[in-house]
Design a protein around this ligand. Structure first.
Ligand code: ADP
Ligand code: MG
Length: 478
């Protein structure tokens, strides 16, 4: 006969499965073993201290809700941890987690829907309440960790980031209203949107800031139609000082909701309130959107986010590790950053899997482990060798800072490093000579051609040089 605790845990898992990404589920929930159920306390066994801390930090909200749902309001969860005997300062992982879980329930992936019904019954001002007389408290739905501090700056996000910052310093008073941030998925729109909200709250605690996903907005509207309290819905949104609406593309084709949003938009804009909008494409490419709404999006500033270059990707990984208090070797970080060129989110996913793998199997995080993991987890990520990766490897090899590649100098070692980088760019990428030249210090195609010839010639005559070029090549192919 199946044990009760097994059944309970299975039911919990089926709820959890619907609320987390498949890969996260595999990584963090499948390895859990339920071991007993006594007085509404379910005990689960987790493979390591790290695992426990990760669950507490990232999934506590979801776990709590699920347990209460299955076991009732008195339901509790206890962990039994298989002790990590290797962990510690000499171990491969040095972890120091903050003990506070305050942020856990604010994880965007377990975002609680804004309970509009609840507030609408007694908190949302009706049209007769004089604005300003009664300030109601709105849960901003902002995630603490998505701050400007944690948002690494790079060429890829300079305009959007600084416009966002300006907006946060002066909401509703800059020319960037609305501020529309667009990019493909996983490049930091949601993070930046939260950062703006957090910064406004810190600058102007009295302002009402609301972050809302467009889907939430749509669902709330549908609910309000059902409950015949559309007015409350509109009034609620009209009293926000800074409205951040994420993934506006979800409004496409939803005419009624667009109409309502149009009114909210106008009201806020006319009253000097700030709108921040994100979108997965440039507004001109948005289909199924009313022209009058689209034209309003153009009133302010549209700024895009690009895929960060290699150096910024490395900085992002280091920043994540730093804020989580984890250390892993630099060559592993470089390897991850170089291998994953699709999105920041995917790169972070790989990092998390790597840490989990290492914790689960009690293996040190090495470049070999990273390679195995990437082969297994990251689909289609046969490593693409890019010009900036080549520049990084070449500069590391010669012990030069990477910006020297672009420097206007005739210093012999720099000229040579640049020529070697051009030689490898020609060999390993499909870029044209002109592109290679442009990315290696704004040189023309003839210079690149000359560099390739020089390197070949020197390899023929100088054995040591030839060996060094081979060593760089091996590093590139790792
Ligand atoms: P999007 O909303 O564009 O799909 P997200 O904002 O969810 O992307 O970003 C995906 C992940 O990448 C998040 O964990 C975010 O913190 C991280 N990220 C993206 N860009 C940066 C950056 N410049 N600095 C730090 N983290 C970043
Ligand atoms: Mg997003």
């Amino acid at each position: 006969m199946k044990k009760k605790y097994n059944e309970v845990w299975e039911r919990c898992l089926s709820i959890i499965r619907d609320n987390v990404h498949a890969q996260s589920f595999k990584t963090w929930f499948e390895p859990i073993i339920p071991i007993k159920l006594e007085n509404d306390v379910l005990t689960i066994q987790v493979p390591s201290q790290f695992f426990y801390e990760w669950l507490e930090e990232h999934y506590i909200g979801l776990l709590k809700k699920t347990i209460k749902r299955e076991l009732g309001p008195e339901g509790k969860l206890e962990y039994s941890i298989i002790m990590d005997s290797y962990a510690g300062p000499s171990g491969p992982l040095a972890i120091s987690y903050p003990t506070s879980n305050q942020n856990a329930t604010k994880n965007p992936y377990v975002a609680m829907p804004l309970d509009l019904n609840k507030s609408s019954s007694n908190e949302i001002p009706n049209p007769f309440i004089i604005p300003g007389l009664k300030k109601i408290k709105v849960e901003s739905q902002l995630v603490e960790s998505y701050s400007f501090e944690n948002f690494v700056e790079g060429e890829c996000n300079r305009l959007a980031r600084s416009a966002g910052y300006a907006v946060a310093e002066n909401p509703g008073k800059t020319a960037f209203n609305p501020l529309l941030v667009f990019s493909q998925t996983g490049l930091g729109k949601t993070h930046l949107a939260h950062a703006i909200g957090l910064q406004v709250k810190s600058n102007f605690p009295e302002k009402t800031v609301l972050y809302v996903q467009t889907e939430q907005f749509v669902n709330q509207y549908i609910e309000s139609v059902k409950n015949k309290n559309q007015n409350d819905f509109v009034h609620f949104y009209q009293m926000i000082d800074v409205l951040i609406i994420d993934d506006i593309q979800f409004l496409a084709g939803k005419e009624k909701t667009q109409d309502v949003f149009f009114h909210v938009f106008n009201h806020l804009h006319q009253n000097g309130k700030q709108l921040v909008i994100t979108c997965d494409k440039p507004p001109v490419e948005l289909k199924g959107m009313e022209p009058r709404l689209l034209s309003r999006f153009k009133w302010g500033l549209s700024a895009d986010l690009q895929m960060p270059n290699l150096e910024t990707r490395i900085a992002i990984l280091k920043q994540k590790l730093y804020s989580d208090g984890i250390r892993i070797p630099n060559d592993v970080i470089d390897y991850l950053a170089a291998s994953i060129t699709t999105s920041v989110r995917e790169m972070e996913g790989a990092l998390i899997s790597l840490i989990a793998q290492s914790s689960l199997n009690k293996k040190a995080i090495t470049i070999d482990l990273a390679r195995q993991m990437i082969d297994r987890f990251v689909k289609n990520s046969s490593k693409e060798i890019t010009i900036d990766y080549i520049q990084k490897v070449v500069c590391d090899y010669y012990g030069l800072p990477i910006d020297q590649i672009y420097a206007k100098t005739r210093k012999r070692e720099i000229v040579q490093a640049r020529q070697v980088a051009m030689y490898f760019a020609k060999k390993h990428t499909k870029s044209s000579l002109a592109t290679i030249g442009q990315q290696c210090g704004n040189k023309d195609h003839a210079t690149v051609l000359h560099a390739c010839k020089t390197v070949s010639n020197l390899m023929d005559t100088d054995k040591e040089f030839k060996a060094s070029v081979h060593r760089i090549d091996q590093k590139l192919m790792q």
